[in-house]
Design a protein around this ligand. Structure first.
Ligand SMILES: NC(=O)c1ccc[n+]([C@@H]2O[C@H](COP(=O)([O-])OP(=O)(O)OC[C@H]3O[C@@H](n4cnc5c(N)ncnc54)[C@H](OP(=O)(O)O)[C@@H]3O)[C@@H](O)[C@H]2O)c1
Length: 248
């Protein structure tokens, strides 16, 4: 019987997801790389010896296709697909942006988890690692759509751990602070490079995708009796959301 450990990483086409897929492959996992942009996940899967699965986590049929590609047994699920759209105050909020944030960060996470749970249970030591955010711990002006969605991620994580307490599946969340990835800010600000870069202005060393991927890989490779329920990871320069050491 093939005992190669398997992992699914959603949102593997860029940033934290792509870095996590690479780290897990280096740890010996066969990684199913899932995202909507097929060309990117095909290139990544070819690089790391994984399997690309084009998947929109907000679409139930698409998620069913992911589950059927994975099959009967899965060791690790990294629910990373997510993001922020817009940064308007509530008084000017765009309903579609809010719906999209809830769809990808909460409903998408639920749909992928629901579809892959039987395979995770079948492994007898499954791990679900949800990528939340420090935005799921606090509030900040202009952030309500994203903070509400990421608080949702955090609460689903806690609920799932209670529901699975007698099952062989651990449920974990990583909550990163400021991570400088290529696309997160561009997606949030509709392609506005200046606004995207302003977030990191003067911060000598924000976290990068590899820092978060390294932490995720450590979390999911602890012994079966050890659950890293929650891990907050920030750059040294970010003591809190509103307290960032900027130079120059
Ligand atoms: N960067 C930060 O500062 C930061 C901080 C805390 C938490 N996070 C969280 O970390 C995760 C990754 O962020 P990142 O910085 O790496 O951003 P990113 O580079 O924009 O990555 C987002 C990923 O999600 C995928 N995705 C988006 N919608 C999807 C959908 N409907 N179905 C499937 N995949 C979808 C994207 O791929 P496709 O477009 O190809 O589908 C992309 O691979 C997100 O959950 C984000 O909220 C980021």
């Amino acid at each position: 019987m093939d005992q190669t450990r398997t992992a699914v990483v959603t949102g593997a086409s860029s940033g934290i997801g792509a870095a996590t897929a690479r780290h897990l492959a280096r740890e010996g996992f066969h990684v199913y790389c899932a995202a909507r942009r097929a060309d990117r996940i095909e290139a990544l899967a070819a690089e790391i010896g994984g399997t690309p699965v084009a998947c929109d986590v907000t679409d139930e049929d698409s998620v069913a296709g992911l589950a059927s590609a994975v099959g009967d047994r899965l060791d690790v699920l990294v629910n990373n697909a997510g993001g922020a759209f817009g940064a308007s105050p509530v008084a000017e909020a765009d309903s579609d942006d809010w719906r999209r944030m809830f769809e990808v960060n909460v409903i998408g996470l639920m749909q992928v988890t629901r579809a892959l749970l039987p395979a995770l249970v079948a492994s007898r030591d499954g791990v679900i690692l949800n990528v939340g955010s420090t935005a799921g711990r606090i509030a900040y002006e202009g952030g309500a759509g994203y903070t509400a969605a990421k608080h949702g991620t955090q609460v689903v994580n806690e609920t799932l751990r209670l529901e699975l307490y007698d099952q062989p599946v651990r449920v974990m969340e990583i909550a990163p602070g400021m991570v400088k990835t290529e696309e997160f800010g561009l997606v949030r600000f509709g392609g506005d490079e200046e606004k995207a870069q302003a977030v990191y202005a003067g911060v000598a060393e924000p976290l990068v995708a590899d820092d978060v991927a390294d932490a995720i890989t450590w979390m999911v490779t602890r012994p079966a009796h050890v659950s890293i329920d929650e891990l907050v990871i920030r750059p040294k320069a970010q003591a809190a959301q509103h307290k960032v050491h900027r130079q120059g």
